[in-house]
Each structure stands twice: as C-alpha cells, then as structure tokens.
Design a protein around this ligand. Structure first.
Ligand code: AMP
Length: 473
C-alpha cells in the first residue's frame, strides 16, 4: 500500500487517487529566461521517478507541467539582450526541453505555456472579483487574503505571519493587507499586454497575469477544480502554493484543491540552495558536457526526495564508484553461463529483494532504501557468482528485476562496455605503490594511489593482490 507524505496534513497518507486508477499530477515548471541548473534537475528527476513508479503500479498518470513564458525576469532579460520576450522565452523553453530529454525525463504528458491560457486566467480573475475576493488598485488587481479563511493552511502560517512575506512583484501602494498578491498587472508602456476579456471587462485595463494565477488556470482547464498531486520544491510552498489554494478554493467552493501536496528538498552547495541569484549554480548543460545523465539521476535518487542533497566532488566520485559497481555486476550476469543444475541447496530468492525494494518505494518513495536493496542483491549475487553457484535462471531473474527497477530509476548502463587495457605507465605506478606498501611507506603509497585515481584508474586491494580498474563513469 503506497503512502505519500502530504505537506498539507504533514503526515504519510495512504494513496487513494480521486478516480481509482487515474492520477492527475501537476508540477510547477520553469520560468524560461536562462539555462536550467542542477537544482531544477533535482526536482524534475524526483518527479520523473514518482510518475514512473506510479505507472509501474498500473496507474494512468496525466503529468502536466506549466512553462512560465512571461514574467518580470523574462521581460528584463529580453530588454538586456535586445530581443523580444517571445524570442527569449521560446529559446529557453527549447533549451529546457532539450535538457529534460537529455536527463531521460519522459513522463511529462503535457507542457502548458502560460500565455496560451490567458482566456482561462481572465475568467478566474473575473470570478474572484465577482465573489469579492479581488479588488482593483492603480496598477492592477489583487487578491484579498483576509477574505479567505483558510489562508496559511498549507504553509502552517497564521494570517499575521503570512503578512510578513510579500513576494517582490507584489508590492503596491494601497493594498488592503501586506500579503495580498497580484492577479492581473496593468501593463506599462511597451510591455506585453492582453485585453481583460472582450465583452465584460469590468472596467479592468489591458495587462498580464500575476504569478500564481497561471497554474490554477492551467490545472482547472485540464483537471477541473480538484486533482490528485501537486509538486514543486519546498520554496514554492509559500507564497506560491498557498496562493493557488486561496484562488481555486475560493472560485470553486470545493476543497481540497489538491489531495496530496509533495515538495522536494533543495540541491545545495556548501549547505546553500543552488540558485541563479546566488551564482552558485552549474547548468545541466555544463554538467552533461563532462558526465553522463545517469550519474546525475543516481546522485538525485540515492537521497530521499524530501531531503536536501549537497552537491560536491565527494558525492560525484562516490556515486561514480557505485554506478561502476552496478555496471560490473550487470556485465557479469550477462556473461554468466553457470548451469542450471547441481548447485546444492538453492540459497537465492529474488523475491526477498523485490519485496524490500517495493516496501521501500511504498514508504513515500524511499529511493535510498530501495537502492540499498539493489546493493544487497548485488552483494549476494557477486558472492554466488564467485562460487559458481548462481544459476542461469537466477541471473536472468536478476536482470529482469533490475530492468524493472530501471524503468523508474533509469541509471543502469545496459550496453556493452568496451574492454580497456591498462596502460604500462599505470601498471608501473601501481607496482611502485605495492613496494611502498611493503616498506610501510604509507604516505608514498597514498600519494601514488591519488595519482593513479587522478589518471582515471582505481585500485582495489583484494586478497589476491591489487586489481586495477579504469573508472568509466
Ligand atoms: P524556477 O524556474 O526557479 O521557478 O524553478 C523551477 C522549479 O525548480 C521549482 O519547482 C523550484 O522550486 C525548483 N528548484 C529551483 N532551485 C532548486 C534547487 N536548488 N533545488 C531543488 N529544486 C529547485
């Protein structure tokens, strides 16, 4: 029985979608004014795993993601680069989709561009005005948070606490409450603008949507006023997701807008969130110049989706070794030609590992524990392979199971790995290191090991002596 941690209840709840086997999932997409970085990748890889796992359980998943193709950042950047906002956002939307494809993310069924939903946005703002939740100021239309009595229920903030957090774009003179947010901004000279409906414009001027309204307009159009899962990283809980609840529940009178709210932890650098504004980011594009996508997928999935991941050299090299271990095992399995008979007492049961894997995934998508089950399987499999006790049937069962897990994780290498010859120079260094070790010159031995590592080779000190391996990841 799958359980999901719901930010709204702050509990792990049994997953029961609104329409039996159909799941409507919405995840906040990017604002397309620049290349995406590893922080974005963290969130999108996590939700790809979640959607893929739900599919493996037999759910029909409609995974919808918005693309914010118009906001202040896009307008400012377009001005700086002397191009139109459409040119800029079209370019970075295409770049984003290229990165997503390169990362093996294939579960999103529809990308919805905000500016394609102006009609739906206008209709929502009109309803909010008519119901008395929205009011007009000099520069646009605002949502009156004091009118919505559940305001703060997602972020667990009281009305007063919510008042203290005003997002940059929503500062204006004359707001009724400090926390009131923008629904419709009147456009300044030269800025993109749309009419506020054709017939009943309610005296509202031409303008463009506020930040939060695009998502509820998009989800209402595709899912209706209520749906199953809404995701994003933790920074979006407040004010963004809180605002979405206030808008949609006020319009429809139905609650909850979303049955399960899911939020990913941050990818950090030295403990700080990776972000454009801090300048501590690595673009997905740059990462993929030097590394395969599966390395990033494994870095992301070996942590629980709600935990932070600190990105550094150590996690890179550690994960490379772990991937190498899986690859080697798969290769051995493929080569394994032990007969199916004469292995004495059958001591290998794939079901035990499958059970551990599934139990972990059912526990709020606990990928680190699911991955630990895979590594236990590799440990046991290697032991039996070394003793010649893993039958061909066992090997086939393991490969089948790993392929199933890899439809969700997508980081195992299934191709043929090239045979690599160890260069003489590396062999000589390794011999030198052995001599140093025999002479108990540990410093020299360590420094030679580092040198060999830097040249792309690993030394395993086995009972049979040191074994050199090329690092292939
Ligand atoms: P943005 O384009 O900044 O709106 O971000 C798109 C998505 O990526 C949102 O769900 C963000 O919360 C998420 N995101 C941005 N930075 C990070 C990070 N460092 N770690 C995890 N998720 C992030």
């Amino acid at each position: 029985m799958l359980k999901i941690h719901n930010t709204l209840s702050q509990k792990n709840e049994v997953f029961a979608p609104r329409h039996k086997k159909r799941v409507n999932l919405f995840v906040c997409g990017p604002t397309v004014y620049d290349f995406s970085h590893l922080g974005h990748a963290r969130t999108y890889i996590a939700f790809d795993m979640i959607a893929s796992y739900l599919k493996s359980l037999g759910y029909k998943v409609f995974y919808l993601q918005n693309i914010t193709d118009l906001d202040d950042k896009i307008i400012d950047r377009a001005k700086q680069e002397n191009v139109s906002w459409q040119e800029l956002s079209n370019k970075f939307e295409a770049e984003y989709l290229r990165d997503i494809k390169a990362l093996g993310i294939s579960s999103v069924k529809k990308y919805a561009k905000a500016t394609k939903y102006i009609k739906e946005i206008v209709s929502q703002v009109k309803k909010l005005i008519e119901k008395g939740y929205a009011y007009k100021l000099e520069d646009g239309i605002y949502y009156d948070i004091s009118r919505f009595k559940d305001y703060g229920k997602l972020a667990k903030r009281t009305f007063a606490q919510a008042e203290d957090a005003v997002s940059r774009v929503d500062e204006a003179v004359g707001k009724r409450n400090k926390g009131d947010f923008s629904l419709w901004k009147y456009s300044k000279q030269g800025e993109p603008s749309w009419p506020f409906g054709s017939r009943r414009s309610l005296g509202v001027k031409v303008g463009r949507p506020g930040w939060h309204i695009e998502d509820t307009a998009i989800t209402e159009k595709h899912f209706g006023p209520q749906y199953d899962i809404h995701g994003g990283a933790q920074d979006l809980i407040f004010p963004h997701h809180e605002a979405e609840i206030s808008q949609m529940e006020a319009i429809s009178g139905k609650k909850p807008l979303v049955k399960y709210w899911m939020h990913t932890g941050f990818l950090t650098v030295g403990g700080q969130k990776m972000s454009k504004s801090l300048g501590n980011f690595i673009t997905i594009r740059d990462f993929l110049k030097d590394n395969p996508a599966r390395l990033l997928r494994m870095i992301v999935l070996k942590s629980h989706y709600r935990s932070p991941i600190d990105y550094n050299k150590k996690i890179l090299s550690q994960t490379k070794k772990e991937l190498e271990r899986i690859d080697e095992f798969v290769e051995k399995l493929k080569r394994s030609d032990s007969p199916n008979i004469n292995i004495g007492k059958q001591s290998f049961k794939i079901l035990n590992f499958k059970k551990r894997f599934l139990e972990a995934m059912e526990d709020d998508f606990n990928t680190p524990t699911a991955l630990a089950a895979i590594f236990q399987l590799i440990g046991k499999g290697n032991l039996l392979l070394d003793k010649g006790k893993l039958t061909k049937t066992n090997a086939a069962e393991i490969i089948k199971f790993l392929k199933e897990t890899d439809k969700i994780f997508k980081f195992i290498f299934w191709g043929k790995r090239p045979v690599s010859l160890i260069p003489e120079m590396i062999k000589n260094l390794a011999e030198e290191r052995e001599i140093a070790r025999k002479n108990s010159d540990w410093r020299k031995a360590d420094s030679l090991r580092m040198k060999i590592l830097e040249m792309g080779y690993n030394i395993d000190d086995t009972k049979r002596g040191p074994v050199l391996k090329k690092i292939r990841i």
